[in-house]
Design a binder for this molecule. Structure first.
Ligand code: BEZ
Ligand code: FE
Length: 285
């Protein structure tokens, strides 16, 4: 076939992929070509716009390093990451809701005993966190792995500012499924905006901020690993998270306390905060 025009080219491209042996790949490519061509026709894409798009995607790739994934950041800010998350976690059956992993997880966080303080040298308002990990039937999960990571008071994660790991840890629940640890109150913070994704946010008058949160990744044998956050109630960015990650069920009150005795007996000489959050894991299928 020759003489492709703006109407018949789509079907011809789809047919060219007709011998794809992997049926799932074939389905995905058919849909991709259909939607991509429809999109280009819909906006009447000009040559200049096509070139700008190629340049933008090239810069996005060039911004990627071992520690910076600008394509995932683009996916996050376009709502694609949360859309994929939603499609893949349709049936929660009472299990805790999920949200984005984000770029700041590392798999070699220090293993700490329950009750440890993960704030290291970071200064801020002390925060006492505790909760229980259960299955959907309400049974506590002993020895579940609780990985936690968060930013400091200035809104930076350890990996953004220093080679030393801080404000992150791996804990294991006790025989009643409980965990508790000390940290500091996290801040709202901007996602990295010094690259093409930041340029896109600026061009569209969007701010780069995420509401304050702690990240949790929780796993236990025979259960789906849970990737989620606990958000600080009252944060000004809860309704405009740059990556669309907020869910009401993940927002918790971070209670304020006057100096005095904390639940684990620690004597606090300054005001401090606390939150409790119980997580529920779904059985693996
Ligand atoms: C985060 O919460 O760490 C995060 C998530 C998505 C993009 C950037 C940061
Ligand atoms: Fe985060």
């Amino acid at each position: 076939m020759r003489d492709f025009d703006e109407h018949n080219i789509t079907q011809s491209v789809i047919e060219r992929f007709g011998n794809t042996p992997d049926p799932r790949l074939k389905t995905i490519l058919n849909s991709l070509v259909t939607h991509l061509h429809d999109f280009i026709r819909d906006v009447d894409l000009t040559f200049d716009e096509w070139q700008a798009a190629i340049k933008f995607l090239t810069r996005t790739g060039q911004q990627c390093t071992d520690t910076r994934q600008e394509f995932i950041l683009l996916s996050d800010t376009l709502g694609v990451s949360m859309l994929v998350d939603a499609i893949n976690h349709r049936q929660r059956n009472g299990a805790t809701q999920t949200t984005v992993l984000g770029p700041f997880f590392v798999d070699n966080a220090p293993h700490l005993p329950l009750g440890a303080d993960i704030s290291g040298k970071a200064e801020g308002e002390p925060l006492y966190a505790n909760g229980v990990i259960r299955n959907v039937d309400g049974k506590p999960l002993a020895n579940a792995t609780v990985e936690v990571w968060q930013c400091n008071t200035d809104g930076f994660y350890d990996v953004q500012i220093s080679p030393e790991l801080n404000l992150r840890a791996e804990f294991h629940t006790d025989d009643q499924g409980r965990f508790h640890f000390w940290s500091i109150l996290p801040s709202s913070y901007p996602i990295p905006y010094d690259g093409p994704v930041g340029d896109l946010l600026q061009a569209t008058r969007r701010h780069p901020y995420r509401p304050a949160h702690l990240h949790f990744m929780i796993s236990a044998p025979g259960h789906e690993t849970l990737v989620t956050h606990v958000f600080v109630k009252g944060d000004q960015y809860l309704d405009s998270d740059a990556v669309f990650g907020v869910k009401n069920s993940l927002i918790e009150e971070f209670r304020q306390h006057a100096p005095g005795s904390a639940p684990d007996g620690r004597q606090m000489t300054q005001p401090w905060r606390s939150f409790s959050y119980d997580f529920c894991l779904k059985a693996a299928t």
